[in-house]
Design a protein. Sequence first.
Length: 350
Amino acid sequence: MDKKSAFFIILSVAILAVMLYLIGIDKVVDALENANLFLIALAVLIQFGTYFLYAWRWQIVNRIADINVSFKKLFPIVMVGLAVNNITPSGRGGGEPVRAYILAKEHGYDMRDTFATVVADRVLDTFPFIVLAIITIIATVLYFDFPMWLEAVLVVSVIGIILILAALVYMCINESFGIRIENFIFRLVHRFSKKGGDDLRNTLHENISGFQNTMNVLISERKLMYYTIPLSFLIWVFEILRVYVVFLAFGASLNVIVIGEVFILASLVGMIPLLPGGLGAVDGLMIGLYSRAGCPAGLAGPVTMVERLISFWMASIIGLVILPHYGSSVLEKISLGNSAEELDNSIENE
């Protein structure tokens, strides 16, 4: 594992330790002693159901792109991707290139094609999130007394996600727009590095062209929308249901709609690439909002800590345990400086 990833893992553990100290380890222990362990186990089971749905959706996307890999082999790759998302401050996007690289390396597919399926999978996850985020922001403006600056940040964040999503989709259906993106990236990279020249431009063209072709195949398939959009909404239902079950386990009575609103807001904050998995910011926001929504402050902290242990730390630990199976050098090879062609060559040379 590279030093950068190790640093973020240590930072994540340190933030968790500080939060436990601030909340009070004794309070967390007392709350756990009085918690319904059956319901906590149910929340863990729901979380594994969420992992199952993530892998199933990606398998559907892969099959439409003629990438035929079994669910059994995709599931551990998904877990590694989730873990990398959690340990890197990349707006929950650090694990996507890792997923694409491992799929290409382990099963002999082109990196451009595997990356396109990963992006399509991420877009499918983002679509229901945008819908839920818009509804949530409207609700919070009406029911929560937030500072104006925070409401503005939330609105701008959703608009930013929508614009990025729209640009990706438009690039796939409009070849000339893809060329403009290609030229923009070339000028940006060439400004900081004069190396490459025609080779760099050719690499960019091949990467974006290959990405467009695969994405066009995916977008043109109606089955993709029929199966994966409902599945994506179901994933978010599972996410909110898990939080609700954790609240029930601690005997806290909080409206499931309020829980859903807080979870969506926390997820939005977690997409801001500042800390690994939004750790610290997400936890603090959840504790604060649950307290303002009527959950006792002494209970909001332990509930949030246990929920994050299930949703954040469980995936991180499982994924990092699996990662060495694919080679610890995976994280070192995935960077903004690597083209799909370079990664494909790297795969062939292994």
